[in-house]
Design a protein around this ligand. Structure first.
Ligand code: SF4
Length: 493
């Protein structure tokens, strides 16, 4: 917990001015967002301010709040401590300097890190769901608790993308839509499970870093590739063991005997007929409707996509393997005297190839990337000349991090960034009931560059001055780059 000084008072209440809601908070109570409280007449940030300390052993070992024990001076080591914005608080309106502007000596270079918990009305998450199953048509509305909170976007390679949140849902609909959207974003960003319903499609449980649950079934694996790619990958293993293979896929169904991979190996024509739109040889689109059956189609019987075999080319006893892109569904057939496929037990030598498809499928996960625009007034908390901050970020003189995690900054105007929510410390996100999401953001740059871009130099304080504030040190995630490592600085760049 940290104290925030000099709030205006009304009777026994104090006013929080950390966001536009401007709550009046009674002694012993918290404000509407549960982030600030009135303790003994002092406005107090309830969560600890998080510092990353890379001298702590990996695995997230935590030391108590500074206020709980005698200070051991460790924080003074500068380059091993990074001040995140988690729990740092927010200043509002934005012309006030950010809550912490902290200087440190990093390998002989004077640096400054400006941290604030940004309040983002323009934000959302992009969700990637590894599954072959059809979740809903593109643009279908995604709901949580009955409210529209996003929509289905494109299908990517083995994954379905959802866009959740955004300013239209937060501010452009009913009050309840905004509230539910904010709640959905908060849960997703803090890597908690959220149930989503897609209009005309599936019901999902999505949690960052966990397998998605589609219509009550936990997804195990994402596909090895599209039907055509699967033919390419496994053609050699099938050659000589079976006469034809069909890899059933909602997007591109592959047929070994017609595919370039089969032709290259010398697989002969089998007279097979696929009910779909032929693209290039051995590649078929729209063999069925999308669904949750074989290869993301709606079929449960693979023979439904076959027409009659060509009598001039097929022969009795012809062997056909039909398999889905995850190996989850498969069937083996031989043609009878009338050239009709008859189901037979899968021979052991083909079972191996089906197992190989499964083995090559990666575990299915749901991934959540928070995306927000920090290009607006938030910049004024960093500098009196906001556009210079944007330019500095674009020119890579200023590093942007989110709770110490690396971000991707979009090209073009503003500072629009994305971050994988699983790379932040736990519970790094909050909300305010405007409604908007609260997310940590840090800007780190050379002190001289900070002065040059019009930074709030009078607010710069040394790292050692944080001793008296309530904060908690945690180990950084081992797979995140250390936010203070910036080779160009050491080279005078
Ligand atoms: S919602 Fe939270 S941040 Fe906003 S004024 Fe109330 S207590 Fe302060």
């Amino acid at each position: 917990m940290s104290d925030v000084v000099s709030p205006p008072k009304a009777a026994d209440k104090i006013r929080c001015d950390a966001c536009p809601v401007l709550c009046y908070i009674r002694e012993g109570h918290a404000g509407a967002c549960d982030r600030y409280a009135n303790y003994g007449g002092k406005l107090t940030r309830l969560d600890p301010h998080i510092l990353l300390n890379r001298t702590l052993s990996q695995g997230g070992s935590v030391v108590p709040f500074v206020g709980d024990k005698e200070w051991d001076g460790k924080i003074l080591l500068g380059p091993d401590t990074f001040v995140t914005a988690i729990g740092a608080g927010t200043t509002y309106p934005d012309y006030k300097p950010a809550p912490f502007i902290v200087s440190a000596d990093v390998d002989g270079v004077d640096t400054v890190t400006v941290v604030t918990e940004g309040i983002f009305s323009y934000c959302g998450v992009k969700v990637k769901i590894d599954t072959d199953r059809h979740l809903g048509r593109e643009c279908a509305v995604v709901r949580h608790a009955g409210e529209p909170v996003g929509h289905v976007t494109t299908a990517e390679y083995g994954s379905q993308m959802l866009a959740i949140g955004g300013v239209s849902h937060l501010t452009g609909g009913t009050k309840n839509e905004g509230r539910v959207t904010c709640e959905t974003l908060l849960e997703l960003c803090n890597a908690r499970p959220v149930e989503l319903e897609i209009e005309g499609g599936a019901t999902l449980v999505v949690q960052a870093g966990q397998p998605p649950i589609v219509n009550g079934v936990r997804e195990e694996r994402m596909r090895v590739g599209c039907g055509s790619a699967t033919i390419g990958m496994f053609a050699k293993q099938w050659f000589g063991k079976v006469d034809d293979v069909v890899v059933v896929d909602d997007h591109i169904t592959g047929v070994l005997s017609e595919h370039q991979a089969g032709k290259f190996l010398g697989v002969k024509d089998t007279g097979i007929k696929i009910k779909g739109r032929r693209s290039t040889p051995g590649r078929y689109f729209k063999v069925a409707d999308p669904g949750t059956g074989w290869g993301g189609t709606n079929i449960s019987d693979p023979l439904a996509i076959l027409g009659p075999f060509d009598k001039a080319e097929a022969w009795p006893g012809l062997r056909v393997l039909m398999v889905s892109t995850t190996g989850e569904h498969y069937g083996y057939f031989e043609l009878d005297e009338a050239l009709k496929p008859v189901a037979r037990a899968l021979p052991a030598m083909l079972a191996e190839s089906v197992e190989r498809i499964k083995e090559n499928c990666e575990p299915a996960l749901a991934s959540v990337l928070f995306m927000a625009g920090a290009g607006g007034s938030l910049r004024a908390g960093v500098t009196e000349n906001p556009v210079r901050l944007t330019r500095s970020v674009k020119e890579a003189f200023t590093r942007v991090t989110c709770g110490g995690a690396p971000v991707y900054v979009w090209p073009g105007g503003g500072i629009t960034f994305m971050v994988d929510v699983t790379r932040l410390p736990d519970n790094a996100f909050g909300y305010v009931p405007t409604p908007a999401l609260v997310a940590p953001i840090e800007f780190t740059l050379k002190l001289s560059d900070y002065a040059a871009l019009g930074g709030h130099m009078s607010e710069v304080r040394p790292l050692s001055s944080l001793i008296d504030d309530g904060h908690r040190e945690v180990a950084p995630r081992p797979d995140n780059p250390w936010p203070l490592g910036f080779p160009a600085w050491r080279n005078g760049g």
